[in-house]
Design a protein around this ligand. Structure first.
Ligand code: PEP
Ligand code: MG
Length: 593
């Protein structure tokens, strides 16, 4: 695929957003919307019509939700632009209500027994043709709206990524409205130089995956689609949260210099790879890597990580239409374990839900997406326990992979002791079954740990310690649930603050409970990978941090430069503060000493 360069001379324009993935990228804009989607066409048996109509209704509801969210964002634009965008979005929301389009699609599914994607494509084609015949400028603009709605609906139905991602050329800057974590997973960093998105928060999984791939990204950019056109030359400054459109020659030179200096830094930091993560006063700290795509295991190994502290297995279930079998899961995990060459691998059972969608799993289980409040719904361990076969299959794969190297099992979204006990019972049963099948497994179940990411779990840490082998604090969700702020919501990004005293107290409480029970306590949320927090976290007693491979060298540098006595003082001063707004600046001052 070739991207046409925009030849019109347009003035430089700077848009701002959240600096979610550091680094500088220069390239050519490619708009992820308006792309030709590939959708399947098939016929249905009559008894499947009701289910297909329900599937279409779900996509319709999801598209309306998304447009309403975008409408919320439009409020941040200058008044005139806001009004225009809102009117446009309202018209689209209306078309997704009880409209000719929706009625037509439903009728086609029922009368012609075809799948929803095919029904949408056919209905849109007829409507667009009708508009085109009228040779009216206003109506031809409506045809574009209708096409856009069709694409949006099909995207929701497919729940699968843009085919076109695969074919984008080197140096592409992806301009997206609402890039999903599953789509981000498919980006090839050798082609996609940078990302700018309208929606998404600092610790959204889209941001996490971009960071782990090392693709500079800015999310939550207001006015993105007014400011950039396909083919524009764009600079993404993922460290400052800037998107510079059509940069002038001087701006380009400045960014080229900044980029060269970042590269020098990176090369320097890479030399720390073989050095131990030991503080200046001799305390050893375990620095682990987080892993989303199993094929990136070598990148974690290369950083000299002590192990994998968080393998987000839910990503194995995305971007596919069928469930992975036990054997497929086993083979993938085995390769990760072997790839780490004897260093421990912490495998988290699937954490689908919230912003991590895996339509194939939900469909297979007959589980609808919790429409009202997905973050509080059937996600994480709740989904696994509600569908024990799914859990059994995953545990069987993990127990078999454990034969190839040290493995730990980690449970997401635990909120009570019973859940841990139940998983342990299932694990023992699965182990017995595997032995009966004559498979090569250890005699015991690997250590089972829990994510502390729900405030209730942090406050029950004493009780959870009695049934767990280790804790891993998930500060991304812990911050979200403690402060009641969606981690995906860019408009509340300023309030989403892991340094809020309430979050820090829950971390402290957990670390103390762990220490009373001699339980290792790690942090695997995004603060673990930010060197700004290292002194504070070590000062609170944490001795294991797990982070994106790309963050590990800088955190190691910080560990090696600090003294634990100083870190303890930093933690004490921070814990005495009550005002969330003052904690960040105070931490920066203490870090500078
Ligand atoms: C967390 O919540 O901090 C965490 C590590 O899990 P995830 O980001 O996958 O929700
Ligand atoms: Mg989490």
């Amino acid at each position: 695929m070739k991207i046409e360069l925009n030849q019109t001379v347009r003035p430089e324009r700077v848009l701002t957003g959240l600096p979610v993935s550091p680094g500088i990228a220069t390239g050519t804009a490619w708009m992820s919307e308006g792309n030709q989607l590939q959708s399947p066409v098939y016929t249905l048996s009559r008894d499947l019509v009701e289910a297909e109509l329900a599937r279409f209704a779900e996509a319709q509801a999801a598209a309306i939700r998304q447009l309403k969210k975008l409408k919320g964002k439009a409020a941040a634009l200058p008044p005139n632009a806001a009004e225009e965008v809102e009117t446009l979005l309202d018209a689209r929301i209306q078309m997704l209500g009880d409209s000719r389009l929706v009625r037509g699609v439903r009728q086609r599914i029922t009368d012609y027994l075809i799948n929803a994607e095919a029904a949408i494509s056919d209905e849109i084609a007829i409507l667009v043709e009708g508009f085109a015949r009228m040779h009216d400028e206003y109506l031809s603009a409506r045809a574009d709206d209708i096409r856009e709605i069709g694409d949006r609906l099909i995207r929701h139905l497919l729940g699968t990524p843009f085919e076109a991602f695969k074919h984008l050329p080197e140096g592409t800057i992806l301009i997206a409205e609402d890039l999903s974590p599953a789509d981000t997973m498919l980006l090839d960093p050798s082609r996609i130089a940078g990302i700018a998105g309208m929606l998404g928060g600092m610790d959204s999984h889209t941001a996490i995956v971009a960071r782990s791939l090392g693709i500079p990204a800015v999310l939550g950019v207001s006015g993105l689609f007014d400011g950039v056109e396909a083919g524009d030359s764009v600079v993404i400054d993922g460290s400052a949260g800037r998107v510079v459109v059509n940069p002038q020659a001087e701006t380009e030179r400045d960014y080229a210099r900044a980029s060269a200096s970042l590269e020098q830094d990176r090369v320097k930091l890479a030399t720390l790879r073989h050095l131990p993560a030991v503080t200046a006063d001799g305390v050893e700290i375990s620095l682990h890597g987080n892993l989303e795509r199993p094929r990136d295991v070598a990148a974690v190994y290369e950083t000299g990580a002590a192990g994998i502290g968080l393998l987000r297995t839910e990503f194995l279930f995305m971007n596919r239409t069928t469930m992975p079998s036990e054997d497929e899961q086993y083979e993938t995990l085995r390769d990760v374990v072997l790839g780490m060459g004897g260093r421990p691998v912490t495998v988290r059972t699937i954490d689908i839900g919230g912003d991590k969608l895996a339509p194939a799993v939900r469909e297979h289980l007959g589980e609808p997406d919790s429409a009202l409040n997905p973050a509080l719904g059937v996600r994480g361990v709740r989904l696994s326990l509600a569908h024990v076969k799914l859990l059994e299959m995953q545990l069987a794969a993990i127990l078999r992979a454990a034969r190839h190297g040290p493995v730990r099992i980690l449970l997401p979204l635990i909120s009570c002791v019973d859940e841990v006990v139940s998983v342990r019972t299932v694990a023992l049963r699965v182990l017995r079954r595997l032995k009966r099948r004559g498979l090569d497994v250890h005699d015991t179940v690997p250590p089972i740990g829990v994510m502390i990411e729900v405030p209730g779990a942090a406050l029950s840490a004493d009780a959870l310690a009695m049934v767990s082998d280790f804790f891993s604090i998930g500060t991304n969700d812990l911050t979200m649930y403690t402060l009641a702020i969606d981690r995906d919501e860019d408009r509340l990004a300023k309030l989403y603050n892991p340094l809020h005293p309430a979050v820090l107290r829950l971390i402290q409480f957990t670390v103390e409970a762990g220490s009373r029970s001699n339980l290792p306590v790690a942090i695997c949320g995004e603060i673990a990978g930010d060197a700004r927090y290292t002194a504070l976290l070590l000062g609170l007693g944490v001795r294991e941090l797990s982070m994106a491979a790309t963050s590990l060298p800088r955190v190691k540098q910080r560990v090696r430069s600090l003294n634990l006595a100083h870190a303890t003082k930093v933690a004490r001063s921070i814990m005495e503060q009550h005002d969330p707004a003052r904690i960040g600046p105070l931490l920066d001052t203490l870090n500078a000493v």
